[in-house]
Design a protein around this ligand. Structure first.
Ligand code: HEC
Length: 92
């Protein structure tokens, strides 16, 4: 049972790899790089992640928001990514 749970749980280490692939180019490794897209700076993640629900984060990642383009990441990978975002930008 325990092993099963572990296998199904979102994995922040895999999430960090997703982050490096899909997010760091604009938000930077520390979330605060603020690279400009169409004249809009990428939001500092430490400033916004704590106030966004998982559902809101999933939607903006998969559908895009404002100047941020949608990122083609499937639900399982988004779950891993979310675990990393909470750990890194939301005090764990
Ligand atoms: C091509 C550059 C780019 C990439 C790649 C990118 N972002 Fe963004 N992101 C932006 C920009 C620009 C904004 C500001 C959008 C606006 O306010 O119009 C933003 C805003 C955000 C916000 C704040 C949205 C809000 O509700 O205020 C979050 C959270 C976010 N990005 C997370 C991510 C995550 C997680 C990834 C990786 C899956 C990612 N971004 C990939 C450019 C990017």
């Amino acid at each position: 049972m325990f092993v099963l749970l572990l296998a199904c749980a979102p994995d922040p280490v895999a999430g960090e790899e997703r982050y490096a692939l899909f997010c760091a180019s604009c938000h930077g490794a520390d979330g605060g790089a603020g690279v400009q897209v169409e004249g809009v700076a990428a939001t500092d993640l430490a400033a916004v992640v704590p106030s966004r629900s998982d559902a809101e984060l999933q939607a903006l990642i998969q559908e895009g928001v404002g100047a941020m383009p949608a990122q083609g990441i499937d639900d399982a990978d988004v779950a891993d990514l979310m675990a990393y975002l909470r750990e890194q930008f939301d005090g764990g």
